[in-house]
Design a protein around this ligand. Sequence first.
Ligand code: 6PG
Length: 508
Amino acid sequence: MSDNTHKCDIGFVGLGVMGKNLVLNLADNGYKIAAFDLDSEKVGAAMAQDVAENKTGVPRVVGCSSYTELLSQLKSPHLIVLSVPAGAVVDQVCQNLIGAGIHPDDIVIDTGNSLWTDTVERETKYKENFIFFSSAVSGGEVGARFGPALMPSGSAYAWTRVKPIWSAIAAKVDAETGKPLERTKPGEIIEHGEPCADYIGPAGAGHYVKMVHNGIEYADMQMICEAYHVLREGLGLDCEQIADIFAQWNEGVLDSYLMEISVEVLRHKDAETGKHLVDLILDKAGQKGTGLWTAVSSLEVGCPAPTISQAVYARSISSFKDLRGETSQKLSPPASVTISEDEKQDIIVQLHDALYCAKICAYAQGFQLMKLASVEQNWDLNFASIAKIWRSGCIIRARFLQSITDAFERNHKLENVLLDDFFAEQLSNYQQNWRLAVARATMIGIPIGAISASLSYYDSMRSAVLPANLLQGQRDYFGAHTFRRLDKPENHKFHVEWTEAGRPIRKI
Ligand code: 6PG
């Protein structure tokens, strides 16, 4: 039995911005950390920041220069947190830990944005060597430092060991009101409230849920950008005017972190030129892949997520900057329309309502996707709990998430958010303005693909009859793919010869 008395509680690998801040968050909550990074400067920086911020005078972060030293500093059984790039690096670190002598009852937690299928494979692959657990983290660098949303999954035993730690460092919400309990200063801790960390399910489930979180994040961001585009290019408003509108929207149903940061981005002035920085940023969007994975998964699972997919396409089309420059010279815009000041005010209200309705549909898509994946993978996901986790700490945190939580608490089996009475009523109340906003943007030639994809989704989902009857006829015509009939039992399949001669008539 090793002497655990003076040893560290947690080992940490990867001291980039997220890793370092998670280490300091853990330290604030009373945990002693052994920290390692291949870049020794990062180890030094984490230790220095701990000393600078730590009022106790006792270092809480022990720097290590090898995996072997890291393990030797830890209490047994070891608990090691990884904050390294998703992909091959996770496996390299796991192999290094095996080489350094990690034990089968030690736990390794992957906090990166790993592909969920990789996580499933890793749990099995490393079973003989250690317990591979995962817990995606959302909230960016500030979240990591003062309270992220955490989506742990994997071994239920590992969760019993991780839970107290995760509950301590996670963002918290007031149990009564569902409002975030802000923590903003080093050393500050919040011991009450509901932690935004709860066990998601078996291996892979947590990373799947984080992937969908990011898909929704893509949709949310894109729709805010589309509203900005209409206000900027369509109505000719300047950055400050749009920031004022967004700030006002952020007081109501659209209250969210992403709206809040959009206001700050719009107001930010470039130190060099004094201009609004957003006007100087190249309009080519980057992406690391989680939105794309969500879109791909929605296609694979067969669950429509057109708003999320459209948000991914919008990033792709933005990257064709040169081509867009060329086509902008060649393709004509719609006939120009003059918009009066009164009409501008109407359009602003319509856009607000459009954003709200489109957002409801994006969340409906994300939650239904998780629901179908949960059935397919046998995860038994708890959607009220997932919505609760997302109420604070994460990038999509919003007042709105309390309404989603309420919907799933009213009905744990809710098949689609659109079926919830509250949301159905909201959509019914605001849909007219949503339609007007989409029509206006279309007439003035501003692309609002995600907001209109949500509208088509809404119209498709509320249509008891869709034109797939004609589609089935087309399929049967050229490929004898058969169809079923409304007036016959559903398990009967039919095929007909669609032309008199039993073969297609071609005009020569
Ligand atoms: C979060 C974010 C985080 C990261 C995105 C960025 O929840 O904290 O989602 O995980 O910022 O992965 O993704 P893109 O680079 O693809 O926009």
